[in-house]
Structures are given as C-alpha cells and as structure tokens.
Unconditional design. Structure first.
Length: 135
C-alpha cells in the first residue's frame, strides 16, 4: 500500500473515531461524511430510526444522476412514516441535506446534517427521524 493511501486511510479512521475535530459546524459535516463513507464501504446501508425507537433498513443504490441515486426502503419503514414505501430516490442537495423522493420528484422526507447522527429529519416536522450508517 502506498504512503498516500495509508495516510488517507488513517485520517479516515481517526475522523471516524472522533480524534480529529473540525469545530461545531464542521463536526456535524465530518460525522455525516464519515457515516456516508462507512455506509459506502458497507454497500450504502443505512438505518432509519424514529424517536420512539422503531427502525428499518434503507439502502442507497446505484446513481442515476450526479445528485440522485436509487433508494430501496424496507417495507417496515411505512410504520415509521406513512408513505415511506413510495420513496424511490435518494436526492442529495449541495448543502449536504438529503431528500427521499417519489418517482415524480415529490419529497417524502428531508434530512439535514445532524449532531450525533448522520442526518435528522426536518420535513415533515413529525415524526422525528434519524438516518445513520447501518450497524
């Protein structure tokens, strides 16, 4: 393994372990980036969790454009947010937020970079959902 690859790998591990710090706003972005990298290494697997403790699996699939990828949602996700079964695409905005959208582009749920987890829902406002790399 060359030196550059080793350095990048070590920096990624340190960031994932929380050793590196980027300041308050940077921490949330770094945490989200770490979760995304981890999920990418694990095949883009995420857990969608409700504030009530229920959870389900979601998987970001192949990219269909620069900012959109296929989305596979476990049937149990409908119990967390009615209509979640209609989500077909993972849309990533320039600000780092993520929106699960239907075939026609209508949003189902929107997530922003969060503190402590990769993403937290903000639209709709209830139920509060979090999205992080699968265990």
């Amino acid at each position: 393994m060359n030196l550059a690859a080793s350095t990048v790998m070590i920096a990624g591990l340190l960031a994932a372990a929380g050793v590196l710090s980027y300041g308050p706003a940077g921490d949330r972005q770094a945490q989200a980036a770490t979760a995304i990298r981890q999920a990418e290494a694990e095949g883009d697997a995420f857990r969608l969790r409700s504030s009530g403790g229920a959870s389900c699996a979601v998987r970001r699939g192949d990219a269909v454009s620069q900012d959109r990828a296929e989305l596979r949602v476990e049937p149990a996700c409908a119990a967390l947010l009615p209509g979640m079964e209609r989500a077909k695409f993972w849309h990533e905005n320039n600000d780092g937020s993520v929106v699960f959208v239907e075939n026609d582009g209508d949003p189902i749920v929107s997530f922003s970079v969060a503190d402590g987890v990769a993403y937290e829902s903000f639209q709709p406002s209830t139920p509060l959902l979090s999205l992080d790399a699968a265990d």
